[in-house]
Design a protein around this ligand. Structure first.
Ligand SMILES: [Zn+2]
Length: 248
């Protein structure tokens, strides 16, 4: 997913491309040149001269594609990197899951849904996410098999975090999986700022399941406990094992 199309366009212009430019990239370039104040004919000239630098320009194949992208670029605004906040109320709902994998997934879904909502100036109160679940998991750095993914999705439905919207809402993007997010709280205080879209989870650390303290170094075998609580639990386990042994 591209969160900053200006950055993306400039990178593409600097580094070039191999073999062909996708239609999506043509659209971003059109939007980019339009933002620079160029007219349709100038945008086309820019794109063609860029194209010729890296591949054979075939008018029959590409002319219509470019015209198409230029026409569409009038309607769609260039997406830029935006500051997105997650509120305190939303975080509370996410933290209630008490499972850092699930929390990460919900955090990332909300960040993306809000990003799209702001960048498309969507005024609706409802939040939707149209994205392949596998893609969401990879942004949340959660690795799961197909079977595990189904379990995660089912759990998040059961816990009331997401819901598949009514069929009428799905017709437009049938190929993508649409989910509605049910843990929105726009009115509470802004708590976490997301502005590094290559590292969405930067300020979202796990919380200790015992004391609720933020854990900065996460070890899987500690079962989401902070160092102190993990040590305490380990000693308790040793003690209870010893007393079991003594009572035998
Ligand atoms: Zn703790």
């Amino acid at each position: 997913m591209i969160f900053d199309e200006i950055e993306h366009a400039e990178k593409l212009l600097n580094e070039g491309f191999k073999d062909f430019i996708s239609w999506y990239n043509l659209l971003i370039l059109s939007k980019y040149f339009r933002k620079k104040g160029k007219k349709d004919s100038e945008i086309k000239k820019e794109i063609i001269s860029f194209y010729k630098k890296y591949a054979n320009y075939n008018e029959i194949l590409f002319d219509k594609k470019i015209d198409d992208a230029i026409r569409k670029s009038k309607k769609w605004k260039l997406k830029i990197s935006l500051d997105i906040y997650i509120t305190q109320g939303e975080l509370e709902k996410i933290r209630k899951l008490k499972n850092y994998r699930y929390e990460r997934i919900c955090f990332v879904m909300l960040a993306i849904a809000r990003y799209n909502k702001v960048s498309y100036e969507n005024k609706s109160q409802r939040y939707f996410i149209n994205m392949n679940f596998l893609k969401i998991l990879s942004l949340a750095k959660v690795y799961a098999t197909k079977k595990e993914r189904d379990v995660i999705k089912r759990d998040l439905h059961q816990k009331g975090m997401i819901v598949v919207p009514e069929p009428g809402r799905r017709t437009k993007e049938q190929k993508l999986e649409t989910q509605e997010l049910l843990y929105i709280d726009e009115d509470s205080n802004k708590e976490i700022l997301i502005n590094d879209w290559n590292n969405i989870l930067k300020d979202f650390n796990p919380l200790c399941l015992d004391c609720g303290k933020e854990i900065h170094e996460f070890y899987k075998k500690r079962n989401q406990l902070c160092t102190e609580c993990y040590e305490k639990k380990r000693l308790e386990d040793i003690r209870s094992n010893m007393s079991k042994y003594r009572n035998k």
